[in-house]
Ligand binder design. Sequence first.
Ligand SMILES: Cc1cc2nc3c(=O)[nH]c(=O)nc-3n(C[C@H](O)[C@H](O)[C@H](O)COP(=O)(O)O)c2cc1C
Length: 368
Amino acid sequence: MTLSRRKMLAVIGGGTILAATAGAGAFVTTRTPHKAIAPWKAAGGYEDPRRRALSYAILAPNPHNRQPWLVDLQTPDTVVLFRDKDRDLKHTDPYSRQLTIGLGCFLELMTIAASQTGHRVDLDIFPEGEDGPVAIARFSEGATPDPLFANVMDRRSCKEPFQDRAVPQDLIAKLQNSAQTVTDVSQVAKLKKITVDAWMTETLTPRTMKESVDLFRIGKAEINANPDGIDLGGPFLEALSIAGILTREAQLDPQSTAFAEGVRMYDEMLNATPAYAYLTTAANTRADQIDAGRRWLRLNLTTTSLGLSLHPVSQALQEFDEMKQHYANVHEMLATPGHTVQMLGRLGYGPEIGPSPRWPLETRILNG
Ligand SMILES: Cc1cc2nc3c(=O)[nH]c(=O)nc-3n(C[C@H](O)[C@H](O)[C@H](O)COP(=O)(O)O)c2cc1C
């Protein structure tokens, strides 16, 4: 992962650069990538109950915003979900564990959205084994609306520093059915160190850092053209890009000033964390990973309903060689021996942030 808009802004003093840009006022007001975030506005605007539910499902959280979902709608009342393997993250997610979790988030969001029109969804997970479809979802009448739907449009992964403010225990208690939590100060400090160390490892391992940098979408035109990956938008970042400061090359060079400052800022963000939420599973089958994704989505909607921010920090859970020690440390701390930590997230009070880009639903339908 790399710098957010706010951090990058601090790194390069964007205001000065922007002021020097001709027509700065017009530039600032025209940088929103409306096309890339249009699927948030289109959600719900479909008559077919499957398309309607899918128009929300595509707003699910997913690693590196790869949106690895493809659906076949040929069979009536049925959605067949596939993983788009062209969207794999072979370095940071070599076993596609995280991508599968993202597909679990998608299925849960589809199910919650379908319940709003009274549709029940029965899921058959990996019915043909690992190489076949991820799920066959059959829609039928007879569901009660799920109240968590109320939080779908406001749900975010908040990649910003959180306030120096503890999460009250009565709110933590409300999360107990959704996840395990860490609030003890010394345990939180230990986890901060693990997440910072793991982030450094991902960032200093050239092939994993390059995987992220290759997914940078810098500025409005790139974000609109490819509404996925790591979006670095907004007037300041775009001005930096025009000024030649925000480049893929600088982000790949540990000797560059922007890189060093980025590390300092990321460190600050990871440390501005009052609590954590995490999910573990006893086994680590594909079905467990889907289940973890379904639980994470419900957790994220619940935190939204409580006014809390949630931000997945997955580096220590990644399964490449250089990460082994951090993976072992986080497992020793959070999991029973032999169990798997599927998700770990910062929990607290972050700033309000906007929706992230999505590919339109139509581009994700194979046929039907
Ligand atoms: C399995 C999984 C792992 C993720 N890991 C990270 C992570 O390590 N760092 C991060 O900033 N975001 C992480 N995310 C959040 C995604 O980047 C985010 O869902 C995506 O960019 C879309 O943004 P949104 O959730 O705000 O809609 C993860 C999400 C999932 C489902």
